[in-house]
Design a protein around this ligand. Sequence first.
Ligand code: UGA
Length: 470
Amino acid sequence: MTILTSQNPGRTLGAETARSAHGTTPVRTTVSVIGVGYLGAVHAASMAELGHEVIGLDVDVDRVGALNDGRAPFHEPGFEEILRRGRDRDLLRFTTDYAELAKVDVHFLGLGTPQRADGNGADLTYLQAAVDALCEVLPARDGAPTLVVGKSTVPAGTARMLADQLEQIDGVRLVWNPEFLREGFAVKDTLAPDRLVYGVRDPEDVEETEQVVGMLDAVYAQILERGTTRLVMGYEAAELVKVSANAFLATKISFINAISEMCEATGADVTDVARAIGMDDRIGVKFLRAGVGFGGGCLPKDIRAFMASAEDLGIGESLAFLREVDAINERRRARVVDLAAEMLGGLEGRRVTVLGAAFKPDSDDVRDSPALDVACRLRTAGAAVTVTDPEALGGVEKRVPGMPTEADLDEALRGAELVLLLTEWGQYKELDPARVRELVADARIIDGRNVLEPRQWREAGWEVRSLGRP
Ligand code: UGA
């Protein structure tokens, strides 16, 4: 099999409109990004940052308006700067009109693939609708080389199905190029990724593969020139790389959370265990932070879609372990609520302050957020909950109308009978236990992310409970 690496980049197609992967002449490619949600908006601004001429397309008129005004529709460090720079340099604009894509050489598909309403599988409706709409404008290119690049997270088999549709149009080719960006580090992860993965129709077809690889290399030339490894493989492998990576990360978190349950039963400290096992570089310390578990718009829905995909293939048992990964994760949320009830001797009417609503720090994303889920459960159990978060309260109000929120941290803490730290924002990690004690009614805290120093808080008079720590 031919493995093309970044050291062996393929021939550059459309070289007159692109920066050559081999180095020297910086020439611009016209690029579209269809679907400018989190992934797509960051990708569009990043492509402009690389010097390409970019049109972002979305059906959401408000989002397109905000982006054209240089306003980030979500909190992501560094994003608004590159958005504005792209706008100021006249390299970046946003539209709702597919007709404006007719002249574009490279189209990225950044559509969301949420969990289906009727089950665990991925909902491909938005992606399919975008490809259908694109197929209406591509024939206008009269056979000029045109690359469509899939970035959405999809079940294996999707790329080949879409390629069969797109490649009926003269000059059009599809590459599947999964995205590994993390919220909070999205700009860095896009412009300086750990690796680039290109899925192609048939890696054995050297000539065809070199053509499509060369075209995408031209777009990513500056990234490749920094020595980033680029791996070329079949469509299905590329699709599986993405979902396997997320499944592995979810498994790693649930693994340490299962160990955390063992720690609770035996009196051990899970942070000691994680630190020590993480020093084995076959294991590695990253993603071994025990606590209230994983959430967000990716890990939870991706493991469920992965299981659904295995079931569709008739090999459900292969990924059945992910059901347990999901169950461990859910159990941590229930455990925090039980701990709260235990500490307060019942939740009814008790004043509880939840620190954090975002699914992780440096994000305003509350999709499947463990913090917000726990806040909802506490409220359902009758507690008088106040949620605070430096960035995500707008999202809370939209997702859980009526959830009491307080933007001011001191105000949120005032009068609390129990504080729960559920998203590890820097300002929560640095709270001074003596000062906070002045604000609360009772000095009780649950550290749902294992980021506080329990001894320091206990010395300041607090009752401290953690997940997996004595
Ligand atoms: C995740 C992956 O990390 C990205 O590589 C991937 O590109 C992205 O999904 C995606 O598919 O688009 P993200 O959802 O931004 O990125 O969040 P993560 O940093 O993976 O964190 C996920 C959740 O796990 C958070 O709720 C976080 O608090 C939790 N977590 C993380 C833990 O509970 N413990 C840890 O040790 C690490």
